[in-house]
Design a protein. Structure first.
Length: 163
C-alpha cells in the first residue's frame, strides 16, 4: 500500500478503534469475541482501503464487516472451540460486579441475535430501516419486525427490573 494511504488507514483506526470495539461488543456481547471481530474487520478494511472512496463510508464498511463476521462465527461454532491439553497460563479477567453493569446492556444481551443486531444498528447507531436492512442483508419489513419484537422484549425486561 502506498505510504499516504497507509497513513490515512492508521489515522482512521487510531481515531475510531475504541468506538468500533464498543460496536463489536454490542453486537456479540463478549469483549474477547469483540476484539476478535474487530481484528477481523480491521484486517479486511486494510485490504480494501486502497479501493474505498474515503467519503465517510469507511465506518459503515467496518460495521458491515463486524456484523457479517459475527454471523459467520455463529454459523461455525467449531471455530470458537479449540481443544488443548494444557489450561491457559492465566485466567480471563473478572467481569465487573453486577451493580456496575448497565441493566440495558444486560437486557440487550438476552435478545436473540437478529433482534439485538437490528436494535443496535437502528437505535444505538441511528441507522435508518433501509441502511439496517442493507447491512444485515434482510428485508426492510424484517428489520421492522425484529426491532418491534426486540423493543417489546426490552420494555418488559426493564419494567420487571424496576419492580
Amino acid at each position: 500500500m502506498r505510504a499516504h494511504l497507509e497513513e490515512e488507514y492508521v489515522a482512521f483506526v487510531a481515531a475510531r478503534q475504541q468506538h468500533l470495539r464498543r460496536i463489536a461488543y454490542a453486537i456479540c456481547g463478549d469483549w474477547h469475541r469483540a476484539d476478535d471481530l474487530l481484528q477481523t474487520a480491521l484486517t479486511k478494511l486494510y485490504l480494501a482501503w486502497p479501493r474505498l472512496q474515503h467519503e465517510g463510508g469507511e465506518e459503515a464498511y467496518v460495521r458491515t464487516i463486524l456484523v457479517r463476521a459475527d454471523i459467520d462465527e455463529h454459523r461455525r461454532p467449531w471455530r470458537r472451540e479449540r481443544p488443548t491439553t494444557s489450561p491457559p497460563e492465566r485466567t480471563a479477567p473478572a467481569l465487573l460486579p453486577f451493580e456496575e453493569r448497565s441493566s440495558l446492556l444486560d437486557a440487550i444481551r438476552l435478545l436473540p441475535d437478529m433482534q439485538r443486531r437490528t436494535v443496535l444498528l437502528r437505535h444505538w447507531l441511528g441507522l435508518s430501516v433501509e441502511e439496517t436492512a442493507a447491512e444485515l442483508r434482510i428485508s426492510e419489513g424484517t428489520v421492522k419486525s425484529h426491532t418491534s419484537r426486540a423493543l417489546q422484549a426490552l420494555r418488559s425486561v426493564l419494567a420487571e427490573d424496576r419492580h
